[in-house]
Design a protein around this ligand. Structure first.
Ligand code: SF4
Ligand code: SF4
Length: 438
């Protein structure tokens, strides 16, 4: 089978064997959930409940009028015990609705019959997706109903579903594709109906051939949908890289997939769309890969949104004695946490615990101009130059070098023999530009 891919990128060790062959396990409902009022890119939600209110699983507890926003829901039935700022996985504190779980049954509505997607209008699909609080579950958290509403001058002919899961260690999308493939396919058909696309590609890295085979068999019933095997290369799952590999179209600098007629969504997101449209069930739970040598029992766990990561780690046997660092996400783009009190949010695909052996203190050295970072950068930037400019605080020059096209994938840092922290500098550079523009 021909494997599709993009240019540049890296081949880190994947460590997926820790969890990829284990069936997903359901974690019991926690005593309390913390529902941050911002789990998406866009306007934060305002609480629509108050302390001491009784809520039922699936009730909206926070919403905003802005188009670019997404409501948040009670993932358990119980009583609102507090509304207050709590530590957020993205850093800092965010206002959150804290719900103490009640004694009543906490089951979610059952799965119904799949209606023919063609019998639904695009507006019906978008309304269900918005009401269900769908956001990009692969990491960015962009509201899905916005993505499903392309402007009239940007017609969409193709849907690309991201099943690459190129971040080392993470296997939650993999398990989802193996365990709920019918819903991956149904979600794809719903997205196609919403945006008017005539074809769809589901891209899966070749280290998940069982998922490729399962989805290919199912997709045989819909000639518009193809499953493609992708070369195992990081960051194959980045939207622009995936589109290049799947349909050989280049999203222009500063552009979006819709500029090349594509709507891109994640495989887990497709399942969430299927659940929202078919059953009216919002994003109340997700599969989280709990992994790394710092975890006693690495596995994939289905967790209610708002569950503190401390409890998820305890459910997986706790930390090993050598545990050193906890990241939410994978080792390339995950965010290190300073507290285990943060909750699982819609975009939490993994909890990775690294050990003493994995984590090293690094001291950056001067650039030796080897060019390895330029060869690795999938966005064809010059990371060495950006790093030097930001290190010297020459922020006025970094836009010229397309700093905002950097997707913070970390390939440049991974290959740099001088251990220069380009991503950290680039994040700083972008933040300075944003502040200056304000
Ligand atoms: S400059 Fe940005 S996009 Fe390029 S390799 Fe580094 S982190 Fe990735
Ligand atoms: S890889 Fe590191 S040392 Fe080599 S050119 Fe890039 S920044 Fe300089």
């Amino acid at each position: 089978m021909e494997l599709k891919t993009f240019q540049h990128g890296i081949h880190p060790k994947y460590y997926k064997e820790l969890t990829q062959d284990k069936a997903t396990v359901d974690m019991p409902v926690p005593q309390q959930v913390i529902i941050p009022l911002q789990q998406h890119i866009g306007a934060p939600c305002k609480p629509v409940v108050k302390e001491k209110d009784t809520v039922r699983v699936g009730d909206i507890v926070g919403d905003a009028e802005s188009f670019i926003s997404s409501p948040v829901h009670a993932s358990v039935s119980g009583v609102v015990s507090k509304i207050e700022p709590r530590p957020h996985p993205g850093g800092g504190f965010v206002n959150a609705v804290i719900i103490s779980t009640s004694e009543e049954a906490q089951t979610l509505p059952p799965r119904g019959d799949m209606k023919d997607p063609a019998s639904l209008t695009p507006d019906e699909i978008r309304a269900a997706v918005r009401k269900g609080g769908m956001v990009g579950l692969g990491g960015a958290g962009f509201p899905t109903h916005v993505k499903l509403t392309p402007p009239k001058d940007k017609p969409i002919d193709t849907v690309v579903i991201n099943g690459a899961e190129c971040e080392p260690y993470l296997t939650s999308d993999h398990r989802m594709m193996l365990e709920q493939p019918e819903e991956v396919l149904y979600g794809t058909q719903l997205i196609m109906q919403a945006v008017g696309a005539k074809q769809a590609f589901i891209g899966v890295e070749a280290n998940k051939m069982a998922a490729v085979e399962t989805l290919t068999k199912l997709a045989a019933s819909d000639s518009r949908i193809s499953v493609i095997a992708l070369e195992v290369k990081y960051p194959q799952g980045a939207e622009k890289m995936l589109i290049q590999a799947a349909v050989n179209r280049q999203v222009p600098p500063g552009g979006l997939p819709m500029d090349v007629g594509v709507n891109a969504n994640n495989a887990t997101g497709a399942v969430a769309i299927a659940r929202a449209v078919r059953d009216g069930v919002p994003v109340l739970e997700r599969i989280v890969t709990v992994t790394g040598k710092g975890i006693q029992l690495p596995q994939n766990v289905r967790v209610r949104i708002g569950t503190p990561i401390k409890e998820v780690i305890e459910f997986c046997g706790g930390l090993t004695p050598s545990a050193k660092k906890v990241l939410l996400g994978g080792p390339m783009m995950g965010i290190a946490q300073s507290t285990l009190d943060v909750p699982v949010v819609k975009t939490t695909g993994g909890i990775l615990v690294l050990t003493d052996e994995d984590v090293q203190e690094i001291k950056p050295h001067p650039c030796i101009r080897c060019g390895k970072c330029v060869d690795a950068c999938p966005m064809r930037l010059i990371p060495s130059r950006l790093g030097m400019l930001i290190e010297r605080q020459r922020f006025e020059m970094i836009e010229e070098y397309h700093v905002n096209d950097c997707m913070e994938c970390g390939c440049c840092v991974y290959v740099c023999p001088a251990k220069r922290p380009m991503v950290q500098w680039i994040k700083l550079g972008k933040a300075v530009l944003r502040t200056r523009k304000k």
